[in-house]
Design a protein around this ligand. Structure first.
Ligand code: MF3
Ligand code: CO
Ligand code: CO
Length: 249
């Protein structure tokens, strides 16, 4: 069941979404060779608390940290650790913030120093895929239209879209209905309506789409060890289109 948000509800979600986006802005200058993903976790955790938020990942279904950090062939849900970033890495930082009981969820893939053309291409493709998906998010379109826009663009670049993880409704819950697939057919699936609030968060693999779950039960990696990149926004459907809520300004 998709929970439709009133204008008042959407206004109440803005602070959580804005703080999540500001957290990503804050972290950008720290993304340098030599930092550990645990240090990124501490920065995100402390910044969130200092601004009156709660980091949603911490203890969510047993997740042990306050942010997801997914490096190179890690697709999503990477657990911060003593691992050090090195020049040429790409890292997705996925921030979910709770404020006043509402969630905001956003992620970006950052370059560590100078990256190779493959890393650049997969990252830019994921970013463009998110934008193309958001452009289809409006009343009268369907969720299939969003998925199709993302899938057709990514595959035209010779890359692939992960199938096992998707975007999601969001509000008082971290993961609400619907599941927002990043693949699909035009005109298929549920109709998009004003007041829906959900994430779009395509995971793009440079190689094949297959993934596997590591023994820690969280870390998802590409089966073929190719690079993977992801971008995510929380959006609200308005009368004419989508408003990106996870915007830092
Ligand atoms: N932020 C992720 C998402 O976009 C979910 C992370 S769940 C966690 O939906 F437990 F790993 F934090
Ligand atoms: Co999400
Ligand atoms: Co997220």
């Amino acid at each position: 069941m998709i929970i439709i948000k009133s204008d008042t509800d959407i206004a109440a979600m803005r602070p959580a979404c804005k703080l999540a986006a500001q957290t990503l802005d804050m972290i950008e200058s720290y993304i340098q060779a030599g930092i550990t993903t645990d240090e990124i976790n501490t920065l995100v955790h402390d910044f969130t608390i200092a601004h009156g938020g709660i980091p949603a990942p911490l203890n969510y279904r047993g997740f042990p940290k306050s942010v997801c950090t997914s490096v190179n062939h890690v697709v999503c849900h990477g657990i911060p650790s003593s691992k050090t970033l090195k020049n040429g890495d790409i890292i997705n930082v996925d921030v979910t913030t709770i404020m006043n009981g509402w969630h905001g969820d956003t992620s970006k893939t950052f370059f560590v120093g100078d990256v190779n053309p493959r890393a650049r291409k997969v990252t830019e493709t994921a970013q463009t895929a998110l934008i193309l998906g958001i452009e289809k998010a409006k009343p009268g379109n369907t969720f299939g239209d969003i998925g199709h826009a993302i899938q057709s663009f990514v595959e035209a670049q010779g890359m692939s879209v992960v199938r096992e993880y998707c975007g999601h409704g969001i509000g008082k819950g971290f993961h609400e209905d619907p599941q927002v697939m990043h693949y699909g057919k035009e005109g298929q699936g549920t109709m998009i309506k004003k007041g829906m609030v959900f994430t779009i968060e395509p995971m793009v693999n440079y190689g094949k789409a297959g993934v596997k779950l590591l023994g820690d039960h969280w870390t998802v990696v590409t089966r073929d060890k190719s690079l993977s990149a992801q971008f995510e926004h929380t959006i609200a459907i308005t009368a004419n289109g989508a408003e990106i809520l996870t915007c830092s300004t």
